[in-house]
Write a protein of this length. Sequence first.
Length: 284
Amino acid sequence: MVAADLLPVLSGIFGWTYFICWSLSFYPQSMLNFGRRSTSGTTVDFPLLNCLGFSAYMVSNFVFFYSPLIRAQYAARHKGLTPTVQFNDITFAAHGLLLSIVTTSQYFFPRVWGFTPSVVGSRPSRFILGTILGCILGVVVVVCVVLGSPVRDTTGDALGAWVWLDAVYAVSYVKLIVTLLKYTPQVILNYRNKSTAGWSIVQILLDFSGGILSISQQGIDSYMQGDWSGITGNPVKFFLGNVSMIYDSIFMAQHYVLYRGAEGKSDEVAALLGRRVDEEERID
């Protein structure tokens, strides 16, 4: 009985702690860029995709949390259970979107920030632009299909027909697709440079910690409900943590093992302390 009483408290602690870890993870890269007065060593693909991903994540979480119709349609498909989305998911998504916009602006408007323009990585790749367009078109198609469904606003036919819940799922899957792809350009760039100089390892460590706590919170919530459809019904939140941790592990391996000691590693410490780092100050 005591353990059962502690589970809601533990879920809340995990939820807000992962919110803090993931929210803080957006700051180190922009601070590092600012401290170096450059975005060299990184690519705009990552923050640009984050803008799309967190826009979709914020919208889907907001609707899951506040819309009576969507919550009712969700319950009809998942044995009367409610979505496991919590308020901290919404605040995290909104904060992530804001910081992603700030970081993206450092690539698109380097002179406004007082940066030295970077030749590599300052423009989005065609593949990433195609991904963004494809995600938007995909959501538009699903919305059109739902608009053509005569039972889109009902709950009784939610199991076997197109309803607004499907449109919300389509939006939420954009975040999943973004997460599957957004780290890849940076992994490749680090490989080509044989260095992680310019890429913040602090953001990766915070992201990894947040992923563990996010999955733990969702597991606790599903256990308390007595049904694991809390995970299967909100697969984006579950897979986000897993996919991110896989990429985080790759980045940690690059930073601490494969390219350990590469030039520029000291930049991040100096930048986070608020000291500008010039080229001649960089050490191995």
